[in-house]
Ligand binder design. Structure first.
Ligand code: AMP
Length: 186
C-alpha cells in the first residue's frame, strides 16, 4: 500500500502514523523526522532547512523533493510506504506523481486527518516542542492553510482522497482509518 497522510500540525498524525506502519508493515517516510535528524547532525541539508523550520515555514520544494526521491530508493519502500508530512505543496505533489509514475508505483490513497482549527491550537499549545511557540504555531497553521490545503482538492480530483474525522479517542480514530483502508487490506 502506498499512502499519503495529510493533516495540519497538531491533528495527531504522528500518533496514527506510528500505528499504521506497525499494523500494515509500511515504511514510514516522515519528512519532518528526516529534517530534524539532518538539522541535529548538522548536514548541509540540515543547515539549509534549520531557519525555515524554526520559523514555522516550509523548506524549499527542491530541497525536500531531493530528500524524498533519495529515500524512495531504499529497499524498505518496495513493500509500501506511508508518506507523512510530504507532499505539502502542489509542486511537491506533482514531483511525487512524476517519481511514482517513473517507478510504476502510483499512490493508492490519500488520507486527510481533519481537525477544526480551535482544537488544533488547544492541542499545540500543550505540546511544548522547540518550534511550538505561539507565533511559530500560528505560522505553521498559516503555511498549512495556504500551501497544503490546496492539495486536498488536487487529490480529490484524482479520486484518491479519503477524509478521516480526527476528533475523539486515539483508538477510535485509528479504527476509522482502518475501515477506510479495508478495500486494500481485506
Ligand atoms: P513536521 O514534523 O512534519 O511538522 O515538520 C516540521 C517542519 O519541517 C515543518 O514546519 C517544515 O519547516 C519542515 N517540513 C517538513 N516536511 C516538509 C515538506 N514536505 N515541505 C516543506 N517543509 C517541510
Amino acid at each position: 500500500m502506498r499512502i499519503v497522510f495529510i493533516g495540519p500540525p497538531g491533528a495527531g498524525k504522528g500518533t496514527q502514523a506510528e500505528r499504521l506502519i506497525a499494523v500494515y508493515g509500511l515504511a514510514h517516510l516522515s519528512t519532518g523526522d528526516m529534517l530534524r535528524a539532518a538539522r541535529d547532525a548538522k548536514t548541509e541539508i540540515g543547515l539549509q532547512a534549520e531557519s525555515y523550520m524554526a520559523a514555522g515555514q516550509l523548506v524549499p520544494d527542491d530541497v525536500i523533493v531531493a530528500i524524498v526521491a533519495e529515500r524512495l530508493k531504499a529497499a524498505d519502500c518496495a513493500a509500501g510506504f506511508l508518506l507523512d508530512g510530504f507532499p505539502r505543496t502542489i509542486a511537491q505533489a506533482e514531483a511525487l506523481d512524476r517519481m511514482l509514475h517513473e517507478r510504476g508505483t502510483p499512490l493508492d490513497v490519500v488520507l486527510e486527518l481533519r481537525v477544526p482549527e480551535e482544537e488544533l491550537f488547544r492541542r499545540l499549545a500543550g505540546r511544548g516542542r522547540a518550534d511550538d511557540s505561539p507565533e511559530v504555531i500560528r505560522q505553521r497553521l498559516v503555511a498549512y492553510r495556504q500551501q497544503t490545503e490546496p492539495l486536498l482538492d488536487y487529490y480529490e480530483k484524482k479520486g484518491l482522497l479519503k477524509v478521516i474525522d480526527g476528533l475523539g479517542p486515539v483508538d477510535e480514530i485509528f479504527a476509522r482509518i482502518k475501515a477506510v483502508l479495508d478495500p486494500w487490506t481485506g
